[in-house]
Write a protein that binds this ligand. Sequence first.
Ligand code: ATP
Ligand code: LTN
Length: 322
Amino acid sequence: MAKAFSGIQPTGQIQLGNYIGALRNWQPDPGSFYCVVDLHSISAPWDPKELRQNTRSTAALLLALGLGEGSHVFLQSHVHEHAELAWILNCLGRMGELNRMTQFKSKGRGKEDASVGLFTYPLLMASDILLYRVQEVPVGEDQKQHVELTRDIALRFNSRFGPVFTVPEPRIADLGARVMSLRNPLEKMSKSDPDPNSKILLTDSDEVISKKIMTAVTDSGREVAYEPKEKPGVSNLLEIASTLSGEPIEALAARFRDQGYGAFKRGVADIVVEVLRPLRQRVEALTADVSEIDRRLEEGRAAAEREARPMLAEVKEAIGLL
Ligand code: ATP
Ligand code: LTN
């Protein structure tokens, strides 16, 4: 069984793309760690009150998914080894390689008021991963480049200072690794998109989910077919329905081919509603008891520290810090 590490930012309410591209593929295996990366989320402007709320609600979701039983759920800022290793990796990472990160290019490059943290963000992510000696990092497509940078840093460190780090692999699903916005199927669905109709939140009611899917932007024509280039809107809905129902995409497309977009969207909405309802109910039950969430995060912190502390000590020793 491969050990995994992954993280999610408390930058807003969790959206369907997070679930399909990442959370759904996080397994509660012993030795795996799943982290609410609160320090990453302050690389863009934030409101303290919202950060507190989003951190708790994101943690509640991970716990509702059962990731605190077997595997561990914790907050990044609770384990100071992350920030400390990040400084060391800041001194090993190179300007050139960080400049090539597409996430930085789209969010920060050329903006005088972008934070320095937005630029060095991938090295904090490398620290998260490398502290836990994991083999796998289950993420959506947009994070692949950051995991590859983590591999490069680990290999560079090991060749210079000895075999300290485990070199991890990204684990990216074949289908659903890039769920697109419901308003613009050429852009990825994103928590921080200000348009509420662009994304389905895991907290949305059945009615709201149905309405958002019924009004999703589709393509010209009326035939339902999986053609991501020519029909990005319809293909996105097919991917969502297929990943959530387990029904192969060709079978779904064949079933709805000649029924028109209205009937197709109703079918997709029913699938999404059925999958999200029980999850939403579990989250609501858990959110009612804040002290229980905090207690379980404390357990996660203790487990994370048991791994991170000796790892950081090994790094410090290897690089010559007394
Ligand atoms: P933000 O809007 O703040 O950038 P985000 O919605 O992109 O947030 P992250 O916290 O950056 O979400 O990502 C958490 C995980 O969800 C990552 O593994 C990321 O690859 C995955 N993910 C995010 N959006 C999508 C999407 N649209 N499709 C598939 N996976 C996604
Ligand atoms: N950068 C990631 C979040 C993240 C992460 C990690 C993912 C921070 N640390 C470690 C996997 C492993 C993002 O989703 N934006």
